[in-house]
Every structure is written in C-alpha cells, then in structure tokens.
Design a protein around this ligand. Structure first.
Ligand SMILES: NC(=O)c1ccc[n+]([C@@H]2O[C@H](COP(=O)([O-])OP(=O)(O)OC[C@H]3O[C@@H](n4cnc5c(N)ncnc54)[C@H](O)[C@@H]3O)[C@@H](O)[C@H]2O)c1
Ligand SMILES: [Zn+2]
Length: 374
C-alpha cells in the first residue's frame, strides 16, 4: 500500500483558480471517477452563507446529491464533540464508503471535516475546499487532520491526504484583513525556507493591496506555496522524529516555537495563529544572527518582507519569562531536548538541537526581541 500520494500525484489533485468556484462539481467528479453519488459538505454558518449555494448548485449539476453538516465558527469548535455531530449527520444522510466529504471553510473546518472523513466507516474520500489564505497554502495540503482535546491542540487526529484540493482565490475577497495577514505570514515562512525568489514575489504581491485580486499573481503565489509544502511533505510524509536534515517535514515548523509560546502565554485569545508565526519567524532569524549562522542582510530582508504583508498586533505587556517557560512544552521537544528551526540564510533552514544553544542565549535574544517589537 502506498503511504501517501507522491508530490506529482498530489499536485495533480490540486486546482487553484480565480472565479472558478462554480466548477467544483466537475472537479469532484473528475477526482472521484464518477463513483461517489453523495457529497457531504462540512462548513460553518458564515462560510456556508457566503459560498454554500454556489458549491451545492455546482455539485448537483455534476450529478451529486448533497447534504450538509455545519459546525460552530472558531477554534473552540474543533472538538471531538463537533466531529461526532458531523459523523451523526453523515450517517443520517446515508453517506456510503464510496461517497465524499467536502470541507468548505478555513483550517478549522478542513481539519475537522478531514478527520470525520478519515474515521467514518474507517475512511472515505475527502476534498478540501479552503476559503482562507492559511487553509489554501497550508492546512489543506499534507494530509494532517484532527481536532483539539482538553489535553492539547491537534492531539487527536489522523493522516488522511485529501483526494483533491480545490480553491478559488476570489473567496478571499470576503476574508477579514487580519486573516489575510495571518495567512500571508505563513507564506513568508515558506518563502524564507524556499529562497529569495519566492520571498520577493510574496512582497510584490502583498505590498500593493489594492491590486491583490487583479491579475494572476495571487493564484500563482498560492500554487507556488502549495508546491513548496507538497515537496517537503512528499519527502517526509509522516514527519519522521529522527530526521534533522534541512528537508525534514519539521522545517515547516519554522517560526512555530515562539508562535506556540506566544499563543499559549496569551491564552489563545490575542493572536491569530499566523500573526504569532510572523513574530516567530523574526525571532528565529534573530537567534540565527546571534549564533552567527545567518547574515544580517538576510535577517533584514525577512523583516522587510514581513512588514510589507501587514501589521501585527503589539507585543507590549508580554512577559519574556512566561513565554520562555512555555518553550519547554513545545511539541518538537524530543526526549527533553528542544529543537529549533533556524536559518543559515534565506532558503537554508536548519534544525538545531537545543543543546547547541544555551538557555541564556535563547532567553536574552527573546528579551531583546520582545522589547524591540513593542
Ligand atoms: N492540518 C494542517 O496541516 C494544519 C496546518 C496549519 C493550520 N492548521 C489548523 O488550521 C486552523 C486555522 O485555520 P484558519 O486560519 O483558516 O482559521 P479558521 O478556520 O478559524 O478561519 C478563520 C475565520 O475566517 C472565516 N472565514 C473562512 N473563510 C472565509 C471567507 N472566505 N470569507 C470570510 N470569512 C471566512 C471563518 O469562519 C473564521 O471565522 C487551526 O485549527 C490550525 O490548527 C492545520
Ligand atoms: Zn502554522
């Protein structure tokens, strides 16, 4: 059995366009080879209100019968309880093994819908229809699905790669500015690891906000981001814990050590995840500079691009000690040793074991960074 689709398989299942939402039905038929009769849409009230009608009409035109399961809006609804309600609605709609779940929404809907598809009747096909920038370039690609539990975020889940990813960047026209900035920060993360070319194209696309949706730039950039993530995932589909090379799936966690700590220190209420990643990228770059492995110019370029994608919430009042303590609980903490993803330069990520950096350096760089960003 094949563990995961290869990068070419994966890219062949992805369609990113502009103004193409009404062709989701044809895409789904094409991806499922005409076997699926019913399409079960997972969404939330807000996104379904905006795009549900178009999606349903297109699916019906392509010969699917449709049913819908709506979950609450927000991270706090990404739970087993919501998943169970969705599973019950799928059973009530008589969804069969050959049918398909389509997640219409951001990463919360995508993760939960994918998880429901992974466990319903031991697994049925799933199509991602991401409607946030973050979901288009990150969460819909790579096969990680799941929900949060009382004992941690994303701690219950399954690898269940989507049978297809379909997106219309015009859906981003209704997305609030903060969500655009949050997704763009994850794009800067990809670009920092990919190379200067992608970094410059990211800056060019986002600095001129008025023309974000004119021309093909945004759709092309989304495709490039997906291709980058898909290539990394393809080489390390299950995130091998032993790997520490610069192409391990772990490098996708660049900027996430500080991001998770900032989110936790503010009780997950202050930052959008991508905003915290924005700060995390800059802190990792500062640490790389401090360890003399990354040039000052590369760090400055990263600041420049990140600032060009939007404004992040202030870090005023955030205690360095509190943030530092939560580093110890980082998910990438293997056998008690923290692993940090740093940069040898733009396009050259490196996984550095915590043993190679003193706690004093980690803390003093953090303290200086938080002070500088206030
Ligand atoms: N599976 C993975 O590999 C992976 C990777 C990264 C993040 N994630 C997960 O993704 C989630 C975050 O996703 P997100 O940032 O998309 O947040 P989200 O799903 O909460 O969406 C953000 C907000 O935008 C709204 N929205 C969505 N599309 C819209 C549109 N087109 N117009 C107007 N409003 C719209 C949503 O209703 C929500 O209020 C987290 O749960 C995170 O754990 C998963
Ligand atoms: Zn992230």
């Amino acid at each position: 059995m094949k563990a995961s689709p290869s990068v070419t398989d994966l890219l062949g299942t992805i369609e990113i366009g502009q103004g193409n939402l009404a062709s989701i039905g044809a895409f789904a038929q094409d991806r499922l080879g005409g076997r699926a009769k019913r399409a079960f849409l997972v969404s939330n009230r807000k996104v379904f209100g905006l795009y549900g009608q178009t999606v349903e009409a297109s699916l019906q035109k392509a010969g699917f019968s449709t049913a819908t399961g709506l979950i609450g809006d927000g991270e706090r609804f990404k739970t087993l309880a919501s998943a169970e309600k969705v599973l019950a609605a799928m059973a009530a709609a008589r969804i069969e093994r050959t049918d398909v779940v389509i997640s219409l929404g951001g990463g919360v809907v995508g993760d939960l819908g994918g998880f429901a598809a992974a466990i319903y009747l031991r697994g049925i096909k799933h199509i991602q229809l991401p409607t946030t920038l973050l979901a288009m370039i990150d969460s819909s690609v790579g096969g990680k699905t799941g929900v949060n539990a009382s004992f941690g975020k994303n701690t219950i889940g399954a690898f269940h790669p989507a049978a297809g990813v379909f997106a219309d960047v015009d859906c981003l026209k209704t997305l609030p500015e903060r969500e655009i900035v949050a997704g763009a920060c994850e794009m800067v993360k990809h670009a920092a690891m990919s190379g200067k070319g992608l970094l410059k194209r990211t800056k060019a696309c986002f600095s001129d906000r008025k023309s974000l949706f004119s021309g093909e730039n945004l759709a092309a950039l989304v495709r490039e981001n997906i291709a980058f993530k898909a290539k990394i995932v393809d080489q390390d589909p299950f995130e091998d814990v032993k790997r520490t090379d610069g192409r391990s799936r772990k490098i996708l966690n660049f900027g996430h050590t500080l991001a998770h700590a900032l989110e936790k220190a503010t009780n997950y209420r202050y930052f959008r995840h991508g905003e915290a990643v924005g700060y995390g990228i800059l802190y990792a770059a500062e640490l790389s500079k401090k360890l003399a492995i990354c040039d000052k110019q590369d760090v400055e370029l990263l600041y420049d691009v990140l600032h060009s994608v939007g404004v992040l919430p202030s870090l005023a009042g955030i205690e360095p000690q509190k943030v530092f303590e939560t580093f110890q609980f980082d998910k990438k903490n293997i056998s008690g040793s923290l692993q940090m993803i740093l940069l040898r330069g733009i396009g050259r990520p490196e996984i550095i074991s915590g043993d190679q950096i003193s706690s004093k350096t980690i803390f003093s760089t953090l303290e200086a960074f938080l002070k500088l960003q206030k």
